[in-house]
Design a protein around this ligand. Structure first.
Ligand SMILES: [Zn+2]
Length: 375
């Protein structure tokens, strides 16, 4: 267990008075669904419930899709000796009324749920059990609210052969839309050949892999002190290192159709991308012999990123480096990094209506196999 690496850890968050178990959440969710299914109210309740913000661009309704939304299953936290109090985010254990109300306020039609990996250092049987429980629960949540949630499978990436099975099972049997992973696996880089079978299977299935960093525990000593630097800097750095290895070690050349989406706008990499195109010119002695098919920065345009970059200027620059067709909403819900993800895209100057619609939901709909039309 490496609790110090969890960016969501916060012992200062007050505990809710009542902690719902997964089953209680599900029971409440089912009760709510049944209540909504009264024939006369059914259609109206589904298309425009009270309090739900409806997002339009150029007069056209857009189904807004958030690829970066967290949840936890208390049962699997407990299996790994963790507890809900260590998790940041009010209501992170709930996939139900509260979450949907908050989505409605922000104007988020659908969330793609993911669970941050905390099982990469556990032994095989336990990792298998954690993933089994989580993926079945995620599938239940999605089945309960099919017009509000899809989910990424959890995978035990430290056992790549098992992770391949879990990905196939999650996608084919449970209807999950891809997998959520960290940005390294217990100290090993995603570019390590041991992970090739996993990337190969993800490419074959054509499903999205959502990279969410887990800080940089190797730097824990330097990230102490004020500013929550293990997260503030540690998380975007973790993503930056992961993507740089995938580029420079030729992993993205080996799996050119692999669909990767990184949280937090890809971390620091798109902010300072051109340095990657100049490093081996300056220091040819640092070239290990990996022959890349493209300039390093060109690979940035082959991947996807969420829009959790806070300002219009940051969004403009991210789009300039990777392409607006590579951007999808990321809210980090229910962790309160921001509450204006939709306005962030609607109000940023310089984008066409088509680009805004793509960022708000059309691109994510394609990646996640979601009907882009609100019905
Ligand atoms: Zn997050």
């Amino acid at each position: 267990m490496h609790t110090h690496t969890d960016p969501n850890q916060n012992s200062n968050v007050p505990m809710p008075e009542i902690v719902f178990t997964g089953c209680e959440v599900l029971a409440a969710a089912r009760a709510k669904t049944q209540a909504q299914a009264r024939p006369a109210a059914k259609k109206k309740a589904r298309s425009k419930p009270a309090g739900r913000r409806i997002v339009k661009v150029g007069g056209r309704r857009v189904k807004t899709i958030d690829v970066h939304a967290h949840c936890v299953i208390p049962e699997t936290l407990a299996l790994c000796g963790r507890s809900l109090e260590d998790q940041r985010g009010p209501g992170i254990d709930e996939v139900g009324a509260r979450r949907i109300r908050e989505m409605d306020e922000q104007g988020i039609d659908m969330e793609a749920l993911s669970i941050n990996p905390f099982w990469y250092r556990t032994e095989r049987d336990l990792a298998a059990e954690v993933v089994r429980i989580q993926n079945e629960k995620l599938a239940e949540f999605c089945a309960t609210y099919p017009d509000r949630f899809v989910a990424f499978a959890s995978v035990a990436l430290q056992y790549p052969d098992l992770a391949v099975q879990q990905l196939v099972d999650g996608v084919k049997r449970l209807g999950l839309r891809g997998a959520a992973v960290g940005a390294s696996v217990a100290g090993e880089e995603f570019s390590d050949p041991k992970f090739h079978p996993f990337w190969a299977k993800a490419q074959e299935l054509g499903v999205l892999i959502f990279i969410h960093p887990q800080s940089t525990p190797d730097l824990a000593n330097r990230l102490r002190g004020n500013g929550w630097l293990a997260n503030t800097i540690g998380n975007p750095l973790d993503t930056t290192i992961a993507l740089s290895h995938l580029i420079f070690e030729g992993t993205l050349d080996r799996f050119p159709k692999l669909k990767i989406c990184s949280a937090h706008g890809g971390g620091f990499l798109p902010s300072y991308a051109p340095r990657s195109d100049n490093c081996l010119r300056v220091a040819p002695d640092m070239d290990t012999g990996v022959k890349l098919k493209k300039k390093p920065t060109e690979y940035l345009r082959d991947m996807y990123y969420d829009t959790l970059v806070f300002t219009s200027e940051a969004l403009r620059h991210l789009a300039a480096e990777v392409g607006s067709n590579r951007l999808v909403i990321g809210t980090d819900h229910p962790i309160p990094w921001q509450s204006k993800s939709v306005d962030h895209i609607l109000k940023a100057p310089g984008f066409s209506a088509k680009e805004r619609r793509m960022m708000l939901g059309e691109t994510a709909a394609k990646l996640l196999g979601i009907d882009p039309v609100v019905r």
